[in-house]
Design a protein around this ligand. Sequence first.
Ligand SMILES: [Fe+2]
Ligand SMILES: [Fe+2]
Length: 173
Amino acid sequence: MDIASLARHVLDSHHTYLHDALPRVDRLMHRPGVITPLREAWSVFVILVEDHIVLEERVIFPAIVDLGEGRRVADFEPSLEGLDRDHRLIEECTRIMHLLTPDTGPLCRMLPQFLFNMDEHSRIESEVLFPQALELLERARRSSDTVFEPAKVAEDIAFVTPPLWPLWDSRQP
Ligand SMILES: [Fe+2]
Ligand SMILES: [Fe+2]
């Protein structure tokens, strides 16, 4: 699968699932009876994932698709490194939540599926998509007809407005 198709596949499968499932798991996490360590790990996870997904969907994935389809892009390597660091923190949260998943109740059914999906999501990005993107970036840097505009990434990120993000909106009471 070429890189643009892989990026679209991650968006269509894992991101769509995340937008749908995160608010549902969030509601279950705020029901009575959920132990505090699990709820706290979940809160950290949500904060990490919210900003992470905004950056991926608004800036990085469109840039990867452009790059894969031969269009000129800003050099987004520093953002990829930040996203990789996020993945390690997200994986640490999911590891803790796997351990704290209750044996009964609605979370027992839904949380493992959600966490496995998230682990696979981060793995594909960190182990396949981002390394391929870095390779293409490196090739583009060497190509004389490719112009990078490093400042543009920072400008794009400045336009990211989390309150407008659908996942955020759906979590409002
Ligand atoms: Fe993602
Ligand atoms: Fe990610």
